[in-house]
Write a protein that binds this ligand. Structure first.
Ligand code: CUK
Ligand code: CUA
Length: 656
């Protein structure tokens, strides 16, 4: 019976699909007149396509008919693609690719003066970067819940943080400090987004510069930067930010405390052995040198107190960043360590902020630390000694509530609304669901293959939704059609609202290697449809002083500089002829004066590497030197109307 109902639905969806194919090119009013006869019965379709009942159930949980929207929005890091991917859940439709660390021509990102300014903010040691290794996006939070306003992301390779404004899904700022040379404990936000956490991964002399690797223990250091976020301006404020020196362990993931643990930050680490490789020089390789000890260290930072210490000026400025040195951190009691099982990876604070879950890559357990016990041990100065750098170490057995045997290679943990935790298990390719209260594994679901992070619906906030979970798998192997040796990643959507958990969708993701993601309820977001008023600069978030109004288009020459004030509107650019002389500096100022939803134009001049996306109301400035004489057509790159092909003109460069 239940099955038949599924059948009826499936068949009529096919009918709609066929109808839609028929009406391409017609107005919506005609659509209603097309009949919706079922193509064939569901049983027939299942037989033809070899689908099981579970397959059909999965399809019905994810299939999203035309015009219907997704319940959740996922922001996935793009890994070494350097950009961010926006995905609807449960349909797993890709909604957008957001240019962040890597130029992206569709959005004109990195091709005009505005976004070039943003990319330029990310230069290091005077060198421009054209890519990034994005790992961990973090949505801005209010009282520990996603507020849908901003998203921050890190670039592990170049120790950078970017701010994407969700009112238009555009990258507004990139910050970096030469204090550290890589980051991984980034980005994580405090419960009201006062600070964005960025901790280093690979120790190096603070501020850059050379030191012999033999002096690793003495000259190399880790550090954590607390970037102050100015919500009003939507920007990270370097002048209000500060850092703390850390021992030269390889600091890994971080998390900010919430509720009970608000005001604290946790960072785990590996390679507390301080191995530095040197295989052809007769040393053990880094990975074996770094895996000798049974325990590494979880760092516990009293951020609230650190802010006071930084404000009191008890810092040393390195690479322009005020740094609380280890000596001060120890004297002020800002930093404590506690053992954590072998090569830990994820540290994830529970929704109530009372506990943290740490999983070790080379240990089969997840360890649950009690924040109250940690705090108690710190207050009682209950130490198990100090490390080489004078940092007090808390006794492991006194601060944990317990451990749960998860499986081979547990990595990252997310939460639901029923007191359960979900941990990705890398080596055995499963996601384990376990009870936080009982520390017992309840169920496992197989994934394909070698899952890294997982993301659950609002699964790292104070109020997880317990609905969907995406396993972000590192290997795809046999899951998709062959596309050569470089395979897409495999995102697998799991319904965690059902018992047992059900794998309901496979989505190949061929745009980099996502690490972490954030999944937010779609109705928490309210991005704009068009930029208002027309002439909007998307980087300053204000009307551009160069904005052009209709009827005010013009070309102004001053010496060898030509300013072109241009508008775009369906289906022409004004002016449509631009005459310059070879070697003139050309400043194009283009305003898309349209205010209609989705009336986007693009602008390119062939052979000049000029491109822009002009969303309704957007203004762009493009500066370049006309260093090649010739006849260069320009045109609109976005199919905007029936006369789109006619939306063109000529850029004429006369010889001198
Ligand atoms: S890391 Cu990649 S799977 Cu950078 Cu968060 Cu664990
Ligand atoms: Cu404007 Cu095509």
């Amino acid at each position: 019976m239940r099955f038949n109902r599924i059948g009826a639905l499936g068949a009529s969806s096919i009918g709609v699909l066929l109808s839609a194919m028929v009406i391409v090119g017609c107005g919506p009013q005609q659509a209603a007149q097309v009949s919706q006869a079922p193509a064939s019965s569901t049983a027939d379709l299942m037989k033809q396509r070899g689908l099981s009942e579970a397959d059909v159930s999965a399809a019905l949980q994810t299939y999203t008919p035309t015009g219907k929207k997704d319940e959740y929005i996922t922001f996935a890091s793009g890994g070494h693609g350097g950009n961010m991917i926006v995905i609807g859940v449960p349909s797993m439709r890709i909604l957008k690719y957001v240019g962040v660390f890597t130029p992206e021509p569709w959005q004109g990102y990195g091709y005009g003066d505005q976004s070039q300014q943003v990319l330029d903010m990310g230069s290091r040691f005077g060198k421009d970067m054209t890519w990034g290794d994005m790992h961990h996006p973090a949505l801005s939070e209010t009282k520990g819940d996603y507020d849908g306003k901003y998203i921050f992301v890190n670039d592990k390779a170049n120790a950078r943080i970017a701010v994407v404004d969700l009112h238009d899904f555009v990258t507004k700022q990139i910050v970096t400090s030469e204090l550290i040379q890589s980051d991984h404990g980034a980005t994580f936000v405090t419960p009201n987004t006062e600070y964005v956490v960025e901790s280093s991964q690979y120790p190096a002399p603070l501020g850059g510069g050379y030191a012999p690797i033999e002096q690793f223990q003495d000259k190399y250091r880790g550090a954590v930067i607390f970037w102050k976020f100015d919500r009003e301006k939507g920007k990270l404020d370097k002048s209000e930010s500060f850092a703390m020196e850390l021992p030269p362990y390889m600091q890994d993931l971080a998390d900010a405390g919430k509720l009970d643990s608000e005001g604290w930050v946790f960072i785990n680490s590996f390679n507390t052995e301080m191995a530095w490789g040197g295989t052809i020089e007769g040393n053990p390789p880094m990975e074996s040198g770094a895996s000798q000890n049974d325990m590494d260290y979880l760092h516990i930072i009293n951020l609230k107190k650190a802010i006071e210490v930084a404000k009191a000026g008890k810092t040393t400025t390195i690479a322009g960043m005020p740094v609380i040195m280890l000596e001060t951190a120890n004297a002020e009691g800002l930093l404590h360590l506690v053992g954590e099982p072998k090569s830990p990876h994820g540290v994830d604070v529970t929704p109530d902020g009372k506990e943290l879950v740490v999983s070790g890559k080379l240990d089969t357990h997840a360890t649950v630390y009690s924040f109250e016990k940690l705090k108690g041990a710190i207050e009682a100065k209950n130490y198990d000694g100090k490390d080489r750098y004078g940092v007090p170490i808390l006794p492991f057995n006194d601060v944990i509530r317990g451990q749960v045997e998860i499986g081979l290679g547990p990595l990252h943990t997310q939460y639901d609304d029923k007191g359960n935790a979900y941990t990705s298990v890398f080596i055995e390719s499963t996601v384990a669901k376990w009870s936080l209260k009982d520390l017992k594994v309840l169920e496992k679901v197989k994934v394909h293959y070698n899952v890294g992070h997982i993301v659950a619906a609002e699964g790292d906030t104070v109020s997880p939704d317990g609905k969907y979970l995406i396993a972000m798998n590192k290997w795809a192997l046999d899951r998709f059609n062959k596309v050569g040796p470089l395979l897409p990643q495999n995102f697998q959507l799991i319904n965690i609202g059902s018992e047992p958990m059900q794998l309901i969708y496979d989505m190949p993701l061929p745009l980099g290697e996502p690490h972490y993601a954030q999944m937010i309820k779609a109705d928490k977001m309210s991005p704009v449809d068009v930029y208002k008023p027309a002439g909007y600069d998307v980087v300053t978030d204000a009307a551009s002083p160069n904005a052009v109004k209709a009827q005010e288009e013009r070309i102004e020459r001053k010496g060898k500089t030509v300013d072109v004030y241009m508008t775009s509107v369906r289906s022409h650019f004004t002016p449509d002829i631009i005459r310059v002389k070879k070697d003139d500096t050309v400043n194009l100022h283009i305003t898309n004066v349209e205010q209609a939803h989705d009336a986007t134009h693009g602008f390119t001049i062939g052979s000049y590497d000029v491109h822009s996306s002009l969303e309704p109301g957007k203004h762009v400035d493009i500066t370049f030197v006309a260093d090649k004489e010739g006849t260069f057509p320009f045109y609109c790159t976005e199919f905007c109307s029936a006369l789109h092909l006619e939306m063109a003109g000529y850029f004429l460069v006369e010889p001198n």
